[in-house]
Design a protein around this ligand. Sequence first.
Ligand code: AHR
Length: 494
Amino acid sequence: MKSRIVLNIGKNKKKIDPCIYGHFAEHIGGVIYDGIWVGKDSKVRNYNGFRAELVDKLKKINPPVIRWPGGCYAETYNWRDGIGENRAVRRGWWYESDGMTEPNTVGTHEFVDFCRMVGAEPYFAMNITSGTPMDAREWIEYCNTENTSSAKEREKNGSRDSFRIKYWGIGNENWGGGGNMRPEYFADLYRIYSVVTYNVDSNTELICGGANASDYDWTRRVLENLSQSHKHMHGYSVHFYCADEGKNQTLEFSDNEWYQQINQAKRIDEIINTHWGIIKSYNMEDCAKLVIDEWGAWHHDRTPFDKKHLYAQQATMREAMVSAVTFNIFNNNCDKVRMANAAQLVNCIHSLFLSCGDKCITTPIYHVFDMYKGHQGGTVIETVVDNKSIEFTDRQKDVCLLDMLSVSASEKEGNITLTAANVSLDEDATVTLDTGNFEIDGDIKMSLLNSNNVHDCNTYENPEKITVGAQVTAENGCIVIPKASIALITFSYR
Ligand code: AHR
């Protein structure tokens, strides 16, 4: 297929918030223990207890922000269990599912330490389901103040300097695990928590717990109750997990299920725009920009490679494609989305890393984060694609169409980052770039992420099966994006 990508350079000034490339590390399965944390006395190379290999690799992709400690886990978390000498051992949120007790070895100080090591801002989720507004206020006071009794306690526990935690989440999935609330009740709780917690440190940014995927009714009813009230809000959360409509297995999928999965991932575009329409209808664009603080492909099998950790999944080229397509949508909607957090960092759903003992490998998802990092902080460029439609069938066996190319572009000081994913399993795309009144200055460079078989994944035995290929120069400006490949294309213009 021959295609043309038009880049409308300089037509808008919207910035891609680096936080769109954020992460999520919950106390669930093997994310914290066995994942990021191995312990200070471990034989596994570590920095202050954190897995050194993971820290080094994570640092390379410029992680802007990491959400913690949940998720659902946050809904029964008492932050006091995770400070000081004697840590409480608890049955945390996920005990019912995997029988693992929570030692609270990683608490506030340790997690902040981890974030500082990798250069990310922590994003803490408050417990509004089983805690109190005062608990939440005291957590902020403990983290962010000087000269208070809470600050003295923090100092006694080893941190003279305040942690200056900027992002705080009020609520997580309160329509479900987070208290099974009605939207009106949640809105009232939000009012209380936002007033009581902002008041202790007004440098914080408060994210309002929000809807599941296309539950627009939840958003309408929450915002109806918050738009006129006195509250503090700096973002509105939406969660979106996608799956194919067939077997929903990680490693075994048909061509049709490949397309279904990617098509499902693309629903995030409509979800962003419909929630945004509601936010606008309440004039809340300034305070309720979207925070997609859980997203990813969630398969409901447990891949044989890891039976131990709850929700542990492998990741094939299909997850890489889901990530690429999702990031292109986030970039193209960067006026509406201010943060996003892939769920979850390691040994879980849609993970960038898998670890076992002293082994730690990166999945193809990690490589997509790496390829797209140049977009962080860039000015988005509107792209128009002369696309081709691919046919597949949905659950009802109805014929559906999917665009063959998914694209986004941004610029920083005359340097363009263009990311293009060819979702076709059969056809390469030969692409010409149209930069309008601007001329491409010098070479066009391209690197690709792909594999001979889309079912491939990285394993402990073959950890580099899928990695980003060497950068090549597009000869005579001819760019070929092979089938089932993700391309990072960079060039300058004048
Ligand atoms: O990411 C796993 C779980 O999925 C989170 O704890 C919860 O918020 C969501 O339902």
